[in-house]
Ligand binder design. Structure first.
Ligand code: SF4
Ligand code: SF4
Ligand code: SF4
Length: 245
């Protein structure tokens, strides 16, 4: 019997699910080893007998709270996939305003027809066994995790900051150009892709396990910064941490 997988979308752009569909060759190989029984973005069938659930998106309504609890009850293994599911992501920007104000701004006269609660990551509602960081999640990490789960092994994520990969590429640090960057506290694994393209790190892969004692703290010290100080500059992906303190 092949293991049964389900993919479930909550609040997000569904870009992480789209990444899975874009795998093409690797997806065909994966389908030789597993049965996908539930994947709204790719198929009509809605099997409820899945063993591994992949979750895309943040939890932002009461009905999503009930739904994720139901999925957790069914799945032996639950994987949060992408920044929205792992961190709350961009959805948490609404947490900085009263929910009534958000509804009024977005839906105007129709606000009364909708409900919304502060956005939160999957792990704030149910246990997530594994998390695949990034916006969108990284295809190589997805495939590594899928292989590890099929072999009964525990997948590992990098726990060093983006700065390490950035320095290995040979980039000029954006702090030296007078800009801010979340690289010193953000989990590596993206090969510093944004800095390589002339931008800076916005923290889409979430924080390393203990950002206050990491090897790149000298970058922060050199520029008179603290972990809390730079996080307050960047709410795009890590806003949930700031409002839930
Ligand atoms: S993590 Fe990014 S790509 Fe994935 S659902 Fe959220 S916004 Fe979309
Ligand atoms: S702070 Fe940003 S630009 Fe500077 S080394 Fe770290 S990741 Fe690279
Ligand atoms: S550099 Fe930062 S924002 Fe860009 S992909 Fe990597 S972790 Fe995400």
């Amino acid at each position: 019997m092949k293991p049964k997988l389900g993919f479930f979308d909550f609040t997000g752009c569904e870009g992480c699910q789209l990444e899975v569909i874009n795998f093409e060759t690797e997806l065909v190989e994966l389908l030789e080893q597993v049965d996908i029984v539930n994947f709204r973005e790719a198929m009509q069938e809605k099997g409820e007998d899945y063993e591994i659930a992949f979750i895309d998106g943040a939890i932002t309504t009461e009905s999503e709270v009930s739904r994720i609890k139901k999925i957790r009850k069914q799945a032996k293994i639950l994987v949060a996939m992408g920044a929205c599911a792992c961190l709350g992501g961009v959805n948490c920007l609404k947490n900085f305003r009263p929910m009534e104000e958000n509804l009024r701004i977005v839906y105007a006269d129709c606000a009364g027809y909708y409900n919304t609660i502060p956005a939160r990551p999957v792990s704030a509602v149910v246990d997530a066994d594994y998390e695949l960081p990034g916006c969108p999640m990284n295809r190589d990490e997805f495939l590594k995790l899928a292989k590890a789960l099929l072999l009964g092994k525990k997948p590992q994520l990098p726990n060093h900051p983006v700065c390490v990969e950035c320095k290995m590429v040979g980039n000029v640090c954006v702090f030296d150009k007078g800009e801010f960057c979340l690289g010193p506290v953000t989990r590596a694994g993206c090969n510093a892709i944004c800095i390589n393209s002339g931008r800076r790190c916005w923290g889409c892969r979430g924080l390393i396990d203990d950002p206050n004692v990491n090897s790149e703290k000298e970058i922060l010290q050199k520029h008179g910064l603290t972990v809390a100080g730079i996080l307050s500059q960047f709410r795009i992906f890590d806003g949930y941490l700031e409002v839930s303190k």
